[in-house]
Design a protein around this ligand. Structure first.
Ligand code: ADP
Ligand code: MG
Length: 700
């Protein structure tokens, strides 16, 4: 890869001295003093005045100016929590948790008491909670139960610039709440300057700017494109650590695997250095952060390193705007991020690695200039920045499957989704595609209305196919088993594979294998854990993450509560696990694949090649059934099927896309049949058009 081009900048070196002083100043302060030091504090009273005078306000301020942690507290101090809750939405769960914790500390209250948070499957709030941080998904689901959001006095829609799918849908819903409730206030915050759009959407509401306080960041580009950005980032971090003046390092990677690889490599290099030099090697505190990292480890990034040590945080784009760590002077930007994108070839969403946008790259660089002047090392060329990166990210609503959104809006009685007040409407074909998938799952009828199954599916905070799997468990009387599988699929992998004990842990995993199914392997793990009294030491002995299993148990009990409220009884099939496979098949036939070669399959619908993953039970035992269904496809070096189950071809014929029935109607049977036939023809025509549209899009 290319060497970083060091441009020595004399002015910059001068700034550095000042910057260090600023940072030390900030760090030595008490929490109350730190609050007053934030840029938002200097405009506190004016801001509260504007909020008093307006029902909707857009607030723009640099990342780290205090929007997320301070606004809610100011609103509380100004009396808004006397008769209601101040809610603050976050697109990311990590941010909701971490910020709630920080604010509870600033307000000197237990987390979950006056200040709490709620994310999917985890509600840490109580009767006293007056400031509630939550993911935008949680608030969206709350609108199902209470369309006017009566318990909230104010909602702060944070990180609006992120344009997450749920935030975008909330925009339309909250606009209605604003029109309906005079006592309700809405504050929309954004880290970037293009806030005019938000203001316009709500009818030209005021935009309040928090004055920035940032330091210059020296930006250095790679001279040539780099081939292995993980290696390049590790090398750059080591160079900084050995040769540059104090200041913490922040590295941006795309996901957990890369972050772990980078942290491992960094630790190894430090070890090597220690053993090869006589002189002392300066300490480096290596801290990963990504959404699936346990909360206690996440919190570590904010801790001050012990004397003299330098921190090196390796993060996903969570650290771009959602979380601010003070004391970062060096940013290493790989230029990539993971994004969920609808892939028309696969007919579904896939997490894929993409170059970030210029706006995101600038945000990343800005992280180095918060406490003093900093440096950003871009591991890509200046020409890539100028010519290859998009100016701004594409909003999620424009690029992902809308299955959940369609279900939700339908249940809110929004019949024609194209009429919904979207800030940027999703492409029509996106909506039609998602509707088609819901129709195939039996959640929508021939005229696009919710079926009985569809109404039930809305109740579960799950992706439509997983909700369908649960309901098929009910129908096939193996709900207990399916419930466990769904819960296990809703948590990160429970298999623990330390690099230095890889063989041992692989052997332990193999002991749980059920030859024909990874889903059943998960069921087996859970049932054995249960048979061993849910013990933690048992998990350790078997190379299982106890935290992951506990989380699965918690998810399971929450889903069970929902099943109870729907009066669905918990049936079990004992050890007749074939029926469980049938339930899985019924929800995932869109992900069916046929055997083509050794370990090689092709998707039945579109002929896409897909492979058994080396970690699959089927792969491990060398079992290659004719037909399988899979949970999801992950794209790395190959298209790998994640979580695979062998299925019988007659199940696919029976349950597959052509299987369809409408049960609800009060017209006579004959009329009903006629109507049904007409509707079906219409829907099929629509689907045919859709397929044509897609085929043309692919050609282009
Ligand atoms: P914004 O939302 O405008 O980006 P925040 O309110 O998130 O700003 O951050 C304000 C300040 O609070 C930052 O300086 C940040 O370092 C600090 N902060 C936020 N969360 C924590 C935490 N968990 N621990 C320590 N400091 C934190
Ligand atoms: Mg924020």
């Amino acid at each position: 890869h290319g060497e970083i081009d060091f441009k020595e900048d004399a002015k910059f070196a001068q700034h550095l001295k000042k910057g260090e002083a600023v940072s030390e100043f900030a760090m030595s302060k008490s929490m109350a003093e730190q609050r007053q030091y934030l840029p938002i504090y200097s405009v506190r009273d004016e801001l509260l005045q504007v909020i008093r005078e307006n029902q909707v306000v857009v607030v723009v301020g640099e990342t780290g100016s205090g929007k997320t942690t301070q606004l809610t507290q100011y609103l509380h101090e100004d009396g808004y929590t006397i008769n209601g809750v101040v809610g603050c939405t976050q697109p990311r769960r990590v941010a909701a948790m971490s910020v709630a914790k920080r604010v509870s500390e600033e307000m000197e209250t237990e987390l979950g008491d006056k200040v709490g948070y709620a994310i999917r499957f985890e509600d840490v709030t109580g009767p006293n909670t007056i400031i509630k941080y939550m993911t935008d998904g949680v608030l969206l689901r709350e609108t199902l139960k209470d369309a006017d959001l009566d318990k909230y006095r104010v909602i702060v829609m944070d990180e609006a610039h992120e344009r997450s799918l749920n935030t975008d849908v909330l925009f339309g819903i909250l606009k209605k709440v604003v029109a309906q409730r005079r006592d309700f206030k809405l504050i929309v915050t954004s880290a970037t300057l293009n806030a005019q759009k938000f203001s316009n959407f709500f009818g030209s509401v005021p935009i309040f700017h928090i004055p920035g306080r940032t330091f210059p960041v020296n930006i250095l580009y790679s001279k040539t494109p780099c081939e292995d950005y993980v290696e390049a980032a590790v090398k750059q971090a080591m160079t900084i650590h050995i040769t540059s003046s104090p200041g913490d390092i922040l590295i941006f990677m795309t996901g957990q695997d890369e972050i772990e690889a980078a942290c491992y490599a960094l630790a190894e290099r430090i070890e090597q250095l220690i053993s090869s030099t006589r002189k002392g090697v300066p300490k480096l505190l290596i801290l990963p952060i990504y959404s699936q990292l346990p909360a206690d480890l996440q919190a570590k990034i904010f801790q001050k390193a012990e004397d003299g040590a330098r921190k090196c945080i390796v993060a996903t784009n969570i650290a771009e705007t959602s979380l601010t760590v003070d004391g970062i002077f060096y940013v290493i930007d790989t230029g990539y991020g993971k994004m969920k994108v609808y892939n028309p070839k696969m007919g579904m969403d896939a997490l894929q690695v993409f170059p970030v946008s210029r706006a995101a790259a600038d945000q990343r660089a800005g992280r180095a200039g918060r406490t003093g002047p900093g440096t950003c090392y871009r591991l890509y060329t200046e020409s890539a920045y100028l010519n290859e990166m998009l100016p701004a990210p594409v909003p999620e609503i424009q690029r992902t499957n809308l299955g959940n959104v369609v279900l939700l809006l339908k249940s809110l009685k929004i019949e024609n989704l194209l009429d919904f007040d979207f800030m940027d409407p999703p492409p029509q074909e996106n909506i039609l595609n998602s509707m088609y998938q819901l129709w195939v799952l039996g959640a929508l009828n021939n005229v696009g209305g919710l079926t009985d199954i569809g109404w039930k599916m809305v109740e579960f905070p799950l992706d439509p196919p997983l909700a369908k799997m649960l309901l098929m468990g009910e129908q096939l009387e193996c709900l207990d088993e399916v419930l466990t599988i769904v819960s296990m699929l809703s948590v990160p992998s429970v298999f623990f594979r330390p690099k230095d004990r890889a063989e041992e842990s692989d052997a332990a995993r193999e002991n749980f294998f059920v030859p024909e199914s990874d889903h059943l392997t998960l069921l087996n793990v859970y049932q054995q854990w249960k048979a061993n009294q849910y013990r933690g030491d048992w998990c350790n002995d078997h190379f299982l993450h106890v935290k992951g299993l506990r989380k699965a148990r918690e998810v399971r009990s929450q889903l069970l509560d929902i099943l109870k409220t729907l009066k669905i009884p918990l049936t079990s099939c004992g050890f007749d696990w074939d029926i469980v496979r049938k339930a899985i098949c019924s929800a995932y036939f869109h992900n069916a694949a046929r055997l083509k070669g050794v370990g090689e399959y092709v998707n039945c619908r579109n002929g896409m090649p897909c492979h058994l993953h080396p970690s699959s039970a089927l792969f491990g035992l060398g079992y290659t059934p004719e037909y399988v269904v899979y949970h999801e496809l992950i794209l790395t070096t190959k298209e790998y099927m994640q979580c695979v189950t062998a299925v019988e071809p007659q199940w696919l014929a029976e349950l597959g896309p052509m299987f369809f029935s409408v049960k609800e109607s009060d017209t006579t049977l004959l009329e009903h049949k006629k109507k049904q036939k007409e509707e079906k023809t219409a829907m099929e025509e629509e689907m045919e058009n859709l397929r044509k549209m897609q085929a043309e899009a692919e050609k282009e």
